[in-house]
Design a protein around this ligand. Structure first.
Ligand code: GLU
Length: 294
Protein backbone atom coordinates (compact mmCIF):
# COMPACT_ATOMS: atom_id res chain seq x y z
CA UNK A 1 0.00 0.00 0.00
CA UNK A 2 1.19 3.54 -0.76
CA UNK A 3 2.10 5.44 2.40
CA UNK A 4 -0.19 8.40 3.08
CA UNK A 5 2.73 10.84 2.68
CA UNK A 6 3.00 9.91 -1.00
CA UNK A 7 -0.70 9.98 -1.81
CA UNK A 8 -2.11 12.40 -4.36
CA UNK A 9 -4.75 14.39 -2.44
CA UNK A 10 -6.64 15.16 -5.67
CA UNK A 11 -7.64 11.57 -6.34
CA UNK A 12 -10.07 9.68 -4.10
CA UNK A 13 -12.00 6.77 -5.61
CA UNK A 14 -14.40 4.32 -3.99
CA UNK A 15 -15.83 0.86 -4.54
CA UNK A 16 -19.36 0.81 -3.15
CA UNK A 17 -20.95 -2.66 -3.16
CA UNK A 18 -24.38 -3.41 -1.67
CA UNK A 19 -24.21 -6.44 0.65
CA UNK A 20 -27.39 -8.08 -0.58
CA UNK A 21 -25.70 -11.02 -2.26
CA UNK A 22 -22.33 -12.53 -3.05
CA UNK A 23 -19.94 -10.64 -5.32
CA UNK A 24 -19.37 -12.11 -8.78
CA UNK A 25 -16.83 -11.63 -11.54
CA UNK A 26 -18.47 -8.35 -12.62
CA UNK A 27 -17.81 -6.93 -9.16
CA UNK A 28 -14.20 -8.12 -9.26
CA UNK A 29 -13.83 -6.26 -12.55
CA UNK A 30 -15.54 -3.11 -11.17
CA UNK A 31 -13.45 -3.13 -7.99
CA UNK A 32 -10.28 -3.63 -10.05
CA UNK A 33 -11.06 -0.71 -12.40
CA UNK A 34 -11.76 1.62 -9.45
CA UNK A 35 -8.73 0.40 -7.50
CA UNK A 36 -6.33 0.65 -10.44
CA UNK A 37 -7.71 4.08 -11.38
CA UNK A 38 -6.80 5.33 -7.89
CA UNK A 39 -3.44 3.59 -7.67
CA UNK A 40 -2.25 4.66 -11.13
CA UNK A 41 -2.78 8.27 -10.02
CA UNK A 42 -1.35 7.63 -6.57
CA UNK A 43 -4.73 8.41 -5.05
CA UNK A 44 -6.79 6.80 -2.30
CA UNK A 45 -9.11 3.84 -2.77
CA UNK A 46 -12.00 3.64 -0.30
CA UNK A 47 -14.44 0.83 0.42
CA UNK A 48 -18.01 1.88 1.20
CA UNK A 49 -20.58 -0.75 2.05
CA UNK A 50 -23.97 0.46 0.80
CA UNK A 51 -26.16 -1.26 3.38
CA UNK A 52 -29.11 1.14 3.62
CA UNK A 53 -31.55 -1.61 2.70
CA UNK A 54 -31.72 -3.42 6.03
CA UNK A 55 -34.26 -5.88 4.61
CA UNK A 56 -31.79 -7.22 2.04
CA UNK A 57 -28.35 -6.48 3.56
CA UNK A 58 -26.67 -9.31 5.49
CA UNK A 59 -23.54 -9.20 7.64
CA UNK A 60 -22.49 -12.52 6.09
CA UNK A 61 -22.38 -10.77 2.69
CA UNK A 62 -20.29 -7.93 4.18
CA UNK A 63 -17.82 -10.47 5.53
CA UNK A 64 -17.68 -12.22 2.14
CA UNK A 65 -17.04 -8.90 0.34
CA UNK A 66 -14.07 -8.11 2.58
CA UNK A 67 -12.68 -11.63 2.16
CA UNK A 68 -13.18 -11.54 -1.64
CA UNK A 69 -11.36 -8.21 -2.00
CA UNK A 70 -8.44 -9.41 0.10
CA UNK A 71 -8.31 -12.64 -1.92
CA UNK A 72 -8.19 -10.59 -5.13
CA UNK A 73 -5.32 -8.54 -3.67
CA UNK A 74 -7.33 -5.30 -3.66
CA UNK A 75 -6.46 -3.25 -0.57
CA UNK A 76 -8.47 -0.25 0.45
CA UNK A 77 -7.32 2.78 2.43
CA UNK A 78 -8.66 3.60 5.89
CA UNK A 79 -11.60 2.06 7.67
CA UNK A 80 -14.48 0.43 5.82
CA UNK A 81 -17.36 2.93 5.57
CA UNK A 82 -20.90 1.73 6.31
CA UNK A 83 -23.92 3.68 5.08
CA UNK A 84 -26.03 2.15 7.85
CA UNK A 85 -24.01 4.25 10.33
CA UNK A 86 -25.00 7.46 8.55
CA UNK A 87 -28.78 7.19 8.48
CA UNK A 88 -29.30 10.29 10.66
CA UNK A 89 -27.35 12.47 8.26
CA UNK A 90 -29.46 11.33 5.29
CA UNK A 91 -32.69 11.97 7.23
CA UNK A 92 -31.49 15.48 8.09
CA UNK A 93 -30.95 16.37 4.43
CA UNK A 94 -34.24 14.76 3.40
CA UNK A 95 -35.97 16.99 5.98
CA UNK A 96 -34.22 20.06 4.58
CA UNK A 97 -35.39 19.18 1.07
CA UNK A 98 -38.94 18.71 2.39
CA UNK A 99 -38.78 22.09 4.14
CA UNK A 100 -37.73 23.66 0.83
CA UNK A 101 -40.80 22.14 -0.83
CA UNK A 102 -38.66 19.99 -3.13
CA UNK A 103 -40.03 16.63 -1.98
CA UNK A 104 -43.66 15.59 -2.04
CA UNK A 105 -45.28 12.54 -0.48
CA UNK A 106 -46.38 9.78 -2.83
CA UNK A 107 -49.03 7.32 -1.69
CA UNK A 108 -49.14 5.18 -4.83
CA UNK A 109 -48.77 1.49 -4.11
CA UNK A 110 -46.84 -0.74 -6.50
CA UNK A 111 -50.11 -2.19 -7.81
CA UNK A 112 -51.57 1.30 -8.37
CA UNK A 113 -48.43 2.36 -10.17
CA UNK A 114 -48.57 -0.69 -12.41
CA UNK A 115 -52.19 0.11 -13.26
CA UNK A 116 -51.44 3.80 -13.83
CA UNK A 117 -48.72 2.85 -16.27
CA UNK A 118 -51.07 0.54 -18.14
CA UNK A 119 -53.66 3.34 -18.37
CA UNK A 120 -51.14 6.05 -19.23
CA UNK A 121 -47.89 4.50 -20.53
CA UNK A 122 -44.87 6.65 -19.65
CA UNK A 123 -41.41 6.85 -21.19
CA UNK A 124 -38.92 4.31 -19.82
CA UNK A 125 -35.86 5.60 -17.99
CA UNK A 126 -32.85 3.70 -16.71
CA UNK A 127 -34.71 3.56 -13.37
CA UNK A 128 -37.85 2.04 -14.94
CA UNK A 129 -40.92 3.89 -16.20
CA UNK A 130 -41.00 7.59 -15.40
CA UNK A 131 -43.46 8.37 -12.57
CA UNK A 132 -46.58 9.93 -14.09
CA UNK A 133 -46.77 12.55 -11.32
CA UNK A 134 -50.07 11.42 -9.78
CA UNK A 135 -49.33 12.65 -6.24
CA UNK A 136 -47.46 15.79 -7.29
CA UNK A 137 -50.55 17.96 -7.28
CA UNK A 138 -52.41 16.59 -4.26
CA UNK A 139 -54.02 19.24 -2.11
CA UNK A 140 -51.24 20.07 0.44
CA UNK A 141 -53.61 20.00 3.41
CA UNK A 142 -54.98 16.60 2.41
CA UNK A 143 -51.47 15.28 1.73
CA UNK A 144 -50.35 16.39 5.21
CA UNK A 145 -53.23 14.48 6.79
CA UNK A 146 -52.51 11.36 4.75
CA UNK A 147 -48.79 11.50 5.68
CA UNK A 148 -49.78 11.04 9.31
CA UNK A 149 -51.70 7.83 8.66
CA UNK A 150 -50.73 6.23 5.34
CA UNK A 151 -47.54 4.58 4.11
CA UNK A 152 -45.79 6.91 1.67
CA UNK A 153 -42.51 7.61 -0.06
CA UNK A 154 -41.03 11.06 -0.81
CA UNK A 155 -40.33 12.04 -4.40
CA UNK A 156 -38.13 14.80 -5.75
CA UNK A 157 -40.08 17.39 -7.72
CA UNK A 158 -37.74 17.47 -10.70
CA UNK A 159 -39.36 20.45 -12.44
CA UNK A 160 -39.11 22.56 -9.27
CA UNK A 161 -35.52 21.46 -8.74
CA UNK A 162 -34.49 22.31 -12.30
CA UNK A 163 -36.13 25.72 -11.98
CA UNK A 164 -33.76 26.39 -9.05
CA UNK A 165 -30.55 25.01 -10.52
CA UNK A 166 -30.88 25.93 -14.20
CA UNK A 167 -28.89 23.93 -16.77
CA UNK A 168 -26.12 21.72 -15.38
CA UNK A 169 -23.23 19.71 -16.78
CA UNK A 170 -20.70 17.22 -15.52
CA UNK A 171 -17.40 15.87 -16.78
CA UNK A 172 -17.29 12.25 -17.88
CA UNK A 173 -13.70 11.18 -18.34
CA UNK A 174 -14.65 8.45 -20.78
CA UNK A 175 -17.35 10.08 -22.90
CA UNK A 176 -16.56 13.79 -22.51
CA UNK A 177 -18.69 16.61 -21.07
CA UNK A 178 -22.34 15.70 -20.38
CA UNK A 179 -25.44 17.90 -20.22
CA UNK A 180 -27.62 17.05 -17.23
CA UNK A 181 -31.21 15.96 -18.01
CA UNK A 182 -32.74 14.69 -14.76
CA UNK A 183 -36.24 15.10 -16.24
CA UNK A 184 -35.51 11.92 -18.22
CA UNK A 185 -35.74 9.96 -14.95
CA UNK A 186 -38.73 11.89 -13.65
CA UNK A 187 -39.68 12.47 -10.00
CA UNK A 188 -37.46 9.79 -8.45
CA UNK A 189 -38.00 8.55 -4.90
CA UNK A 190 -35.47 9.91 -2.40
CA UNK A 191 -37.08 8.42 0.71
CA UNK A 192 -38.77 5.07 0.02
CA UNK A 193 -41.67 3.71 2.03
CA UNK A 194 -39.72 0.83 3.46
CA UNK A 195 -36.19 2.26 3.69
CA UNK A 196 -34.65 5.28 5.48
CA UNK A 197 -33.18 6.74 2.28
CA UNK A 198 -32.90 5.89 -1.41
CA UNK A 199 -29.69 5.12 -3.28
CA UNK A 200 -29.68 8.45 -5.19
CA UNK A 201 -29.62 10.61 -2.07
CA UNK A 202 -27.31 8.44 0.04
CA UNK A 203 -24.71 8.02 -2.71
CA UNK A 204 -24.66 11.74 -3.57
CA UNK A 205 -24.22 12.76 0.06
CA UNK A 206 -21.56 10.13 0.69
CA UNK A 207 -19.50 10.88 -2.38
CA UNK A 208 -19.28 14.47 -1.10
CA UNK A 209 -18.68 13.46 2.53
CA UNK A 210 -15.95 10.98 1.57
CA UNK A 211 -14.25 13.54 -0.69
CA UNK A 212 -14.63 11.36 -3.78
CA UNK A 213 -12.87 13.12 -6.67
CA UNK A 214 -13.65 10.51 -9.34
CA UNK A 215 -16.74 8.30 -9.34
CA UNK A 216 -15.57 5.14 -11.08
CA UNK A 217 -18.53 2.76 -11.45
CA UNK A 218 -20.36 0.62 -13.99
CA UNK A 219 -22.00 1.96 -17.14
CA UNK A 220 -25.36 0.71 -15.79
CA UNK A 221 -25.34 3.65 -13.37
CA UNK A 222 -24.56 6.24 -16.04
CA UNK A 223 -28.15 7.57 -16.17
CA UNK A 224 -28.32 7.95 -12.37
CA UNK A 225 -25.68 10.65 -12.69
CA UNK A 226 -28.36 13.03 -14.03
CA UNK A 227 -30.06 12.86 -10.63
CA UNK A 228 -26.84 12.93 -8.64
CA UNK A 229 -25.64 16.05 -10.46
CA UNK A 230 -28.98 17.76 -9.78
CA UNK A 231 -28.79 16.89 -6.08
CA UNK A 232 -25.22 18.22 -5.90
CA UNK A 233 -26.42 21.55 -7.26
CA UNK A 234 -29.43 21.71 -4.92
CA UNK A 235 -27.32 20.86 -1.88
CA UNK A 236 -24.25 22.89 -2.89
CA UNK A 237 -21.99 19.83 -2.96
CA UNK A 238 -18.89 19.49 -5.14
CA UNK A 239 -19.22 17.58 -8.41
CA UNK A 240 -16.74 14.73 -8.90
CA UNK A 241 -15.49 13.68 -12.32
CA UNK A 242 -17.29 10.53 -13.52
CA UNK A 243 -15.74 7.50 -15.16
CA UNK A 244 -18.36 4.88 -16.12
CA UNK A 245 -16.68 1.62 -17.09
CA UNK A 246 -18.03 -1.13 -19.38
CA UNK A 247 -19.67 -4.14 -17.73
CA UNK A 248 -18.87 -7.82 -17.95
CA UNK A 249 -21.64 -9.73 -19.66
CA UNK A 250 -22.50 -13.35 -20.37
CA UNK A 251 -22.72 -15.09 -23.75
CA UNK A 252 -26.27 -13.70 -24.23
CA UNK A 253 -25.00 -10.15 -23.81
CA UNK A 254 -26.70 -9.81 -20.40
CA UNK A 255 -24.71 -8.11 -17.64
CA UNK A 256 -23.62 -10.41 -14.85
CA UNK A 257 -25.78 -9.93 -11.79
CA UNK A 258 -26.35 -11.36 -8.35
CA UNK A 259 -29.91 -12.29 -9.21
CA UNK A 260 -28.80 -14.10 -12.38
CA UNK A 261 -26.77 -16.51 -10.30
CA UNK A 262 -23.44 -15.53 -11.87
CA UNK A 263 -20.64 -17.60 -10.35
CA UNK A 264 -19.75 -15.93 -7.08
CA UNK A 265 -16.21 -15.00 -6.10
CA UNK A 266 -16.54 -16.81 -2.80
CA UNK A 267 -17.28 -20.08 -4.60
CA UNK A 268 -14.12 -19.60 -6.67
CA UNK A 269 -12.16 -18.56 -3.56
CA UNK A 270 -13.32 -21.53 -1.53
CA UNK A 271 -12.63 -23.80 -4.51
CA UNK A 272 -8.95 -22.91 -4.22
CA UNK A 273 -8.63 -20.53 -7.21
CA UNK A 274 -5.87 -17.96 -7.07
CA UNK A 275 -7.64 -14.59 -6.69
CA UNK A 276 -4.62 -12.54 -7.57
CA UNK A 277 -4.13 -14.52 -10.78
CA UNK A 278 -7.81 -14.13 -11.65
CA UNK A 279 -7.53 -10.37 -11.24
CA UNK A 280 -4.39 -10.24 -13.37
CA UNK A 281 -6.32 -12.00 -16.13
CA UNK A 282 -9.20 -9.50 -15.87
CA UNK A 283 -6.65 -6.67 -16.04
CA UNK A 284 -5.30 -8.07 -19.28
CA UNK A 285 -8.76 -8.60 -20.76
CA UNK A 286 -8.59 -12.37 -20.36
CA UNK A 287 -12.10 -13.50 -19.35
CA UNK A 288 -13.52 -16.97 -18.66
CA UNK A 289 -15.31 -18.67 -21.56
CA UNK A 290 -18.64 -16.98 -22.36
CA UNK A 291 -17.78 -13.74 -20.55
CA UNK A 292 -16.90 -10.51 -22.34
CA UNK A 293 -17.10 -6.74 -21.95
CA UNK A 294 -20.39 -5.11 -22.90
N1 GLU B 1 -24.13 0.20 -4.36
C1 GLU B 1 -24.28 0.23 -5.79
C2 GLU B 1 -24.26 -1.19 -6.32
O1 GLU B 1 -23.85 -2.11 -5.63
C3 GLU B 1 -23.18 1.00 -6.49
C4 GLU B 1 -23.29 2.43 -6.22
C5 GLU B 1 -22.34 3.35 -6.97
O2 GLU B 1 -21.24 2.93 -7.33
O3 GLU B 1 -22.72 4.50 -7.15
O4 GLU B 1 -24.68 -1.38 -7.44
Amino acid sequence: MTSSAQLNPDVVVRFAPSPNGLLHLGHAYAAMVAHDFARQREGRFLLRIEDIDSGRSRSAFVAAILEDLRWLGLHWDGEVIFQSERLDSYALVADQLKARGLLYPCFCSRAELRQLLVDRPQPESADGPVYPGTCRHLDPELARKRVATEPHSWRLDIAKAIAITGPLQWMDERHGPQACHPERLGDVILVPKEMPVAYHLAVTLDDARDGISHVVRGDDLFASTHIHRLLQALLELPTPVYFPHPLLCDDKGEKLSKSRDSASLSVLRKGGQNGYGLLQDLRQGIFPVGISLL
